[in-house]
Ligand binder design. Structure first.
Ligand code: MG
Length: 331
């Protein structure tokens, strides 16, 4: 088996503002493995607020392949080997899993969702993300989103009046349902509750990560009172976190880069469903490679947030097709 690792900088169409700050793009690492005449690619997306870097991903991949020099054709055993190799490194592991799974799907000559024993329907709606920005940008962003049935609006600026103003401005142009992602940006539980009540009267469907992940008691307080479903993002990383948040959230945003890849996401979905919570499949800013990997799990989700390719300008993989606001999965 041979492999190559390449750095890539995925650029946003418009610099993207969220509660953590403004950015022009995201560091990506692309891994291509070649074995038995078949090549397959995987991706790690590395937003700056997370601990992994291009260097740490590269090192993880090199270290792994130094010990495990050949690709095992036994999928469960290669996935097990990967996850027991070292703790953490979830984006690096997701990258390697994506490459493994893509390789096995290519080898089996079938789409990955089929190899995983899943379906390509029914497909949930995909959200279209509107980052924080100036009010003047809103009409053109809304016009770009016209194919999508649900919007995702990034709030949590720290200024509740600005947050309300954003929603009021959006509502001048569209009445479409909105998911709000506060990215931990609301710090007082009472303010968050007031805000959620206000949003519930404006066709907002759910609130993602309203409070800082460390505010566990406040999150429980909010959960008991919120008129809208609350989804965990930063509060949950992998399968080990799911149980802890069942009395704090109504649903979970599962991302390959957070949990460590497709096998871990499947494990999480099983746990989340057992607790009768809702499932969103989300993403970091990712190229078509990681977006399509996550999309393979779509039939298990209530909603997907996989609009990355709509928001970036140099996505090297033209593989994601949106039809009527859904990510298509070919047979
Ligand atoms: Mg989020």
């Amino acid at each position: 088996m041979q492999y190559t690792v390449k750095d890539f900088f995925l650029e946003f169409k418009t610099p993207f503002a969220i509660a953590h700050g403004t950015r022009t793009g995201t560091d990506i690492v692309l891994l291509t493995i070649t074995h038995d005449g078949i090549s397959a690619t995987g991706e790690a997306s590395l937003p700056p607020y997370l601990p992994e870097t291009k260097e740490s991903v590269r090192r993880f991949i090199d270290d792994f392949f130094q010990v495990h020099t050949n690709l095992s054709e036994d999928i469960p055993s290669s996935i097990n080997t990967l996850h027991s190799f070292a703790a953490g490194h979830t984006a690096a592991k997701a990258c390697m899993e994506i490459a493994f799974w893509n390789w096995h799907a290519a080898k089996a000559k079938m789409p990955l969702w089929k190899l995983l024993g899943l379906n390509n329907q029914p497909l949930p709606d995909c959200t279209y993300t509107l980052g924080m920005g100036s009010e003047e940008e809103i009409p053109s962003k809304i016009s770009d989103s016209r194919e999508f049935k649900i919007l995702k609006v990034k709030l949590g600026s720290g200024d509740m009046e600005y947050d309300k103003q954003m929603i009021s401005t959006i509502r001048k142009y569209t009445g479409k349902p909105i998911c709000v992602d506060a990215n931990q940006g609301w710090t007082q539980k009472e303010d968050a509750l007031n805000m959620i009540s206000w949003l519930s009267e404006r066709n907002v469907k759910l609130i993602e990560q309203p409070l800082p992940k460390s505010a566990v008691a406040d999150q429980k307080w909010l959960f008991e009172r919120s008129p809208l479903p609350l989804f965990a993002d930063e509060s949950v990383q992998g399968p080990e976190d799911v149980d802890n948040i069942s009395k704090m959230f109504h649903g979970i945003n599962i991302k390959l880069m957070k949990c460590g890849g497709i096998s871990k996401a499947l494990e999480m979905i099983k746990l989340v469903r057992k607790l009768k919570l809702q499932v969103m499949i989300g993403s970091m800013s990712e190229t078509g490679c990681a977006i399509m990997a996550a999309a393979q799990l779509s039939s298990l989700a209530d909603l997907v947030d996989l609009d990355g390719p709509m928001l970036t300008k140099n996505n090297p993989f033209d593989v994601v097709k949106y039809v009527e606001g859904k990510v298509m999965l070919k047979d």
